[in-house]
Design a protein around this ligand. Structure first.
Ligand code: TYD
Length: 266
């Protein structure tokens, strides 16, 4: 049985309010428990440095799962909702200057809270498989380690604003940072050139993070490694330095052993 009142509360409807004296921490734990009881679908996230081929691999996995008869939702962060995509533009546009690390982290969580309420939880409740390009591990790696805000701040905010929703499986794509970042930079420059020559002259670019230096990305990678060591039951690290096809094969193997999909709505 679903507890509709509590779900609604998570979505921002205060009709079924908790006791106001209840501490935030307790509310967070209750919400997390409810989410885990309600979830019938599977939540799979893709993580890694920019340019590791996450989007390509996610598309390939979605195609394979659909061919096997599963219902699949493909989404991404920051973004995934109309509001989230607006926030994404602010976050990724290199014209956004002087954004404080704290404001950056808050915007990531604002987009995520909306994404969870509007897209992820409803799909999981319908029993579907949600594939998400980046989730809270990105915030821990980029803001927690990259911007040095610390893991604790990220994990606490995730409890408060993200219901502590945890993926069933996280595919962490690993490749040489110089190679992947070079690829991401070339891709984004190409995309902004296309925008400049098209009618979307003021559409902005997605280069803000790629402009960070090597030390920043070394910290991000260190963050991902720490998460993988801390949560080996959830995070599988996949070598993405080969061809997209060989990486896809590795991912399919890992998915088959790590997540029992057979009981899902086909
Ligand atoms: P995106 O285009 O999704 O990544 P990629 O270049 O790998 O395809 O860009 C999203 C950027 O936002 C990426 O540089 C990582 C950053 N990011 C954070 O810093 N924190 C977060 O919580 C998320 C979700 C993304």
């Amino acid at each position: 049985m679903q507890p509709p009142g509590l779900v609604k509360r998570f979505n921002g409807n205060r009709r079924f309010d908790f006791n106001s004296r209840e501490s935030t921490a307790v509310q967070g734990r209750i919400r997390a428990a409810i989410i885990s009881i309600m979830r019938r679908g599977k939540f799979i996230t893709f993580e890694g440095l920019d340019g590791t081929g996450k989007s390509t691999q996610m598309r390939k996995l979605a195609r394979a799962l659909r061919a096997a008869g599963y219902k699949v939702v493909e989404t991404r962060e920051p973004g995934g909702t109309a509001t989230g995509e607006k926030i994404r533009r602010v976050l990724l546009d290199s014209a956004t200057q002087g954004l404080s690390p704290q404001a950056e982290m808050a915007l990531m969580f604002a987009a995520r809270a909306q994404h969870i309420a509007e897209v992820i939880l409803p799909a999981l409740e319908r029993g579907e498989i949600v594939l998400c390009d980046r989730f809270t591990d990105s915030t821990e790696a980029y803001q927690g380690y990259g911007r040095r805000l610390g893991s604790q701040a990220v994990l606490s905010l995730h409890k408060l604003l993200g219901g502590n929703l945890q993926p069933d499986l996280t595919v962490l794509l690993d490749s040489d940072p110089r190679m992947s970042l070079g690829r991401a930079r070339r891709r984004n420059q190409q995309a902004s050139r296309t925008k400049q020559t098209s009618l979307k002259k003021h559409a902005g670019d997605e280069n803000r993070f790629e402009q960070e230096n090597r030390a920043f990305f070394a910290r991000v990678r260190e963050g991902y490694d720490a998460i993988a060591v801390r949560e080996p039951h959830r995070v599988i690290k996949v070598d993405a330095s080969g061809t997209p096809r060989s990486t896809h094969r590795r991912i399919m193997k890992a998915i088959a052993t790590a997540v029992n999909l057979s009981s899902h709505t086909r």
